[in-house]
Design a protein around this ligand. Sequence first.
Ligand code: GLN
Length: 279
Amino acid sequence: MEVLVKDVVAKAIEKLDAAGIAESRIDSWLLAESVLGVSRQDLFLEPEKSVSEEQAQKYLNAVSVRVKHIPLQHITGYQQFMDLEFVVNKDVLIPRPETELLVEQVVSYIKDNDVKVLDMCTGSGCIAVSVDRMCANADVTAVDISEKALKVAGENNIRNEGRVTFVQSDLFENIHETYDIIVSNPPYIPTSDIETLMEEVREHEPRLALDGSTDGLKFYREICTNAVNYLNENGKIFLEIGYDQGRTVPELLRENGFTDIQVLKDLSGNDRMVIAGKE
Ligand code: GLN
């Protein structure tokens, strides 16, 4: 017996809606693409496309996992970022579209220059691997405190044919060289705000990658204080920040002698990045 894909997707949307999953349509299609190999575009070309009952059941099983607010990417196993595919699991933060803007800033600053880049708190490796892939002359080193995260990042480097060097380190602890660029999207959520996040994030993404301590600024404080010693002359720092950190993080940079401080917004109009230079 065959089942029409459009019927089984409609059933999935119903289940996801009933569970209060916000992006039920998008998620139902992404799961169809991942489990059935059928995209929404495929169905435009072939509206009566069908799959076996067994396949339909496999798809609905995946939908039942999503119903429990498990992140979509933990079911499909990957997230697209800068046109590359990154494997993800519960040990790393799922790459966010906002972070692509940070990578674009770094890449457009580097152009074709020979530069050494340090990605602090690399997580899935999305920043480091993308910069490496987009900048032929960049020599990228990526740091994380978590061995488990580094395992995922290393896998992403291999899958995407990157040349990134990974170092297990609590921030700068095991870093002994200097760089032209330091980039970081560190954990920046104030501890007490974590309870207000979506279940998907709160319960399934690593606390270690989210929690920026009481005021959310712990990692910026440490990075800003130390970065100056790890940057070459005329070096630059690129930081992703929380929407309400557009004053505090520049202040930390100023206190530590950084100049030319620029705050940039994301596509929703929120402060999202800070770029600064070392004299
Ligand atoms: N740098 C990684 C990212 O941008 C991880 C960020 C984090 O764990 N806070 O996705």
